[in-house]
Ligand binder design. Structure first.
Ligand SMILES: N[C@@H](CCC(=O)N[C@@H](CS)C(=O)NCC(=O)O)C(=O)O
Length: 250
């Protein structure tokens, strides 16, 4: 196995964000936060994806999928110390909240764009621009049907709009409480105040609720968490200064 140039295979920009996928944004935010050089393919052939999903990376002669495994691989092979100062309890909290975002809150985002009826037309208009020309229009309804089935199998798709907003609210309030008055999650008042990989993860998922201009019940819940919004804006300004954030009123 050789390591070398990192190629990030991902879904490209859209919806006002560097990637239309929160998982891709999680990984790119991590790469930028730790300062690793990488190249990007915004239109990779999904047939080459090791697990049929984005993102995945090519690292030398190795292809690796899934943000959890990719981030662990990069930490181990590049000797990254970004999370080294976290205590065992902070690590456990970051781990649990990461799972909350990737395994549950993700489906709140899916619902916001693919399944909440008022979002569908504006989302489709945007999504078609990252699809192959002509066939994109034909494929999108099929993708939507597949996503509806996945959301049902996950369970999120069985909730009412109000229940989904209530789940989002609970997740957002938990993150706001964890952040407190600090600039970054787990920053010490008198010590090292740099963001850790958990900041990159929270940023990616919250930005995907905040920035796409869909007026959903779950997006309105963001009014309750102003400090989390400021954290998202801080992370964005630090990591993607070339793409100024445009946030429509909540
Ligand atoms: N557990 C994966 C999840 C990645 C994921 O769900 N990616 C979505 C885009 S946001 C995808 O590729 N979906 C295509 C599909 O499910 O067919 C990770 O952490 O990377």
């Amino acid at each position: 196995m050789t390591h070398g140039r990192i190629l990030l295979n991902q879904a490209g920009p859209g919806l006002g964000l560097p990637s239309v996928s929160p998982f891709c944004m999680r990984l790119e935010a991590f790469l930028r936060l730790v300062g690793l050089d990488y190249e990007v393919d915004n239109k990779p052939a999904l047939g080459k994806a090791p697990k049929g999903k984005v993102p995945w990376i090519d690292d030398g002669d190795t292809s690796l999928a899934d943000t959890h495994f990719i981030i662990e691989h990069l930490k181990n092979t590049r000797g990254l110390t970004i999370d080294a100062r976290l205590s065992a309890a902070q690590r456990a909290t970051a781990h649990a909240c990461t799972r909350m975002l990737t395994e549950s809150f993700y489906w709140v985002l899916v619902h916001s764009r693919w399944l909440y009826p008022p979002s569908w037309a504006p989302f489709k208009r945007e999504f078609v621009t990252i699809m192959p020309p002509v066939v994109g229009h034909l494929i999108i309804p099929l993708i939507r049907r597949g996503i509806r089935k996945q959301a049902h199998a996950h369970g999120m798709g069985r909730h009412s709009d109000a229940e989904i907003a209530a789940l989002a609210r609970a997740d957002l309030e938990a993150l706001e409480a964890l952040l407190g008055d600090r600039e970054w999650f787990f920053a010490q008042v008198d010590g090292d105040a740099a963001p850790t990989s958990f900041d990159a993860t929270v940023y990616a998922f919250v930005a995907h609720l905040l920035v796409p201009p869909f007026d959903t019940p779950q997006r309105r819940e963001l009014k309750r968490v102003p400090k989390l919004i400021e954290h998202t804006e801080r992370m964005h300004a630090r990591l993607f200064p070339e793409l100024p954030l445009e946030v429509s009123p909540l």
